[in-house]
Design a protein around this ligand. Structure first.
Ligand code: GLV
Length: 349
């Protein structure tokens, strides 16, 4: 749709990118070398090419790790996505020329930030611009899972809608429920704001409790994680992936949730034990789940695919035209700022 809106075809885009690439390669050998790992909304290749030498035309699909490894030697910058692993071995391959890793995402769990910091490489991300879009999607998943949208639509498309059914696809009420937000940062706060319209009581859990005035303005009450899980009708995961959040929602934690509860994950798949979640859904030990992220993307646990009460989306949190364009502009600005020796708009380290 986005391509249609721009009236561009992938083939034409690749040709245009190749033209820019070959032209710049010849003319601007003195410019800093940059690897852009994928064609991205909002990242103007012609704009970038005035300031950097693109190592290769950014591909339409994820760049295979070995290709990235082959392109980075001598690069000063990498503009990458959450699908690219930027670790010590990639930094070794790039060598001492590498100054900046600009991630087209707010989460930077795909980048070894500690290692980059140790080497003096700046890491940047794209927060803020995606907060509202991601919160919209989290709330959409909450509603969809609570009211069985996916299961009911699948049945309708399969020709199984034979008339209004007083027993069909009965969900759980959202209005007036208790919402537990794990990770009340910017996105979590935006989810909390949406809950106001549904007259929900909002609980939250963070590593560090927020100051009372912030709790008050967000209308959120602090709980330990276990208490939040047992009190909430809806649990929305918004935590960044880090050592302390990896595997945070495992079997024992799922066991604390109400049988009527809905789990929504818009954070990272690795926060949840997917196998355990699939079992809980299959056994009706929680009501439903709405997931946008997965442990081993793009693979989905087969038992989740088989769970009718799971609403599954292909990592769409920030996927609106405006948001993705803003992310791209932001990612390019971060990259160019570091290469120009100035402070990037959004540094992580
Ligand atoms: C998306 O998941 C992001 O981190 O931006």
């Amino acid at each position: 749709m986005y391509r249609e809106r721009l009236q561009l075809k992938p083939g034409l885009l690749i040709c245009a990118a190749r033209a820019i690439f070959s032209q710049e390669r010849g003319l601007n050998a003195s410019l800093p070398k940059v690897v852009v790992t994928r064609r991205l909304p909002g990242v103007s290749l012609s704009g970038l090419s005035e300031r950097v030498a693109l190592a290769a035309p950014p591909p339409e699909s994820p760049m295979p790790p070995e290709e990235l490894l082959g392109l980075v030697p001598g690069a000063a910058g990498i503009l990458c996505t959450l699908a690219d692993r930027i670790d010590a071995s990639l930094m070794d391959a790039a060598g001492p020329s590498l100054k900046v890793v600009s991630n087209f995402a707010v989460g930077v769990n795909n980048v070894d930030v500690a290692e980059a910091t140790r080497r003096g490489i700046r890491v940047c991300n794209t927060p803020d611009v995606l907060t509202e879009a991601t919160a919209d999607l989290g709330f959409a998943l909450l509603l969809a899972a609570a009211r069985k949208f996916s299961e009911a639509e699948r049945a309708l498309r399969a020709g199984e809608f034979t008339g209004w059914d007083p027993w069909g696809f009965l969900g759980v009420p959202v209005y007036g429920g208790t919402l537990g937000i794990v990770g009340l940062g910017k996105i979590g706060g935006a989810v909390a704001a949406r809950a106001g319209g549904f007259r929900m009581r909002v609980l939250y859990h963070n590593r560090r409790r927020l100051p009372p005035e912030q709790e008050k303005s967000l209308g959120a009450e602090y709980r330990g994680l276990d208490a939040l899980l047992s009190e909430s009708d809806f649990v929305v995961l918004c935590v960044p992936l880090a050592a302390e959040s990896r595997g945070m929602i495992g079997r024992e934690r799922l066991a604390r949730m109400k049988r009527t509860a809905v789990l929504v994950n818009i954070a990272r798949g690795e926060v949840v034990d997917e196998g355990a979640l699939a079992e809980y859904l299959a056994e009706g030990r929680i009501f439903a789940a709405g997931l946008d992220v997965y442990e081993k993307e793009p693979e989905i646990h087969p038992s989740l695919l088989a769970a009718p009460s799971a609403v599954l989306l292909p990592h769409l949190g920030s996927a609106t035209v405006e948001t993705r364009e803003r992310m791209g502009r932001f990612a390019a600005e971060n990259l160019l700022a570091v290469l120009a020796g100035t402070e990037p708009p959004c540094p992580v380290n």
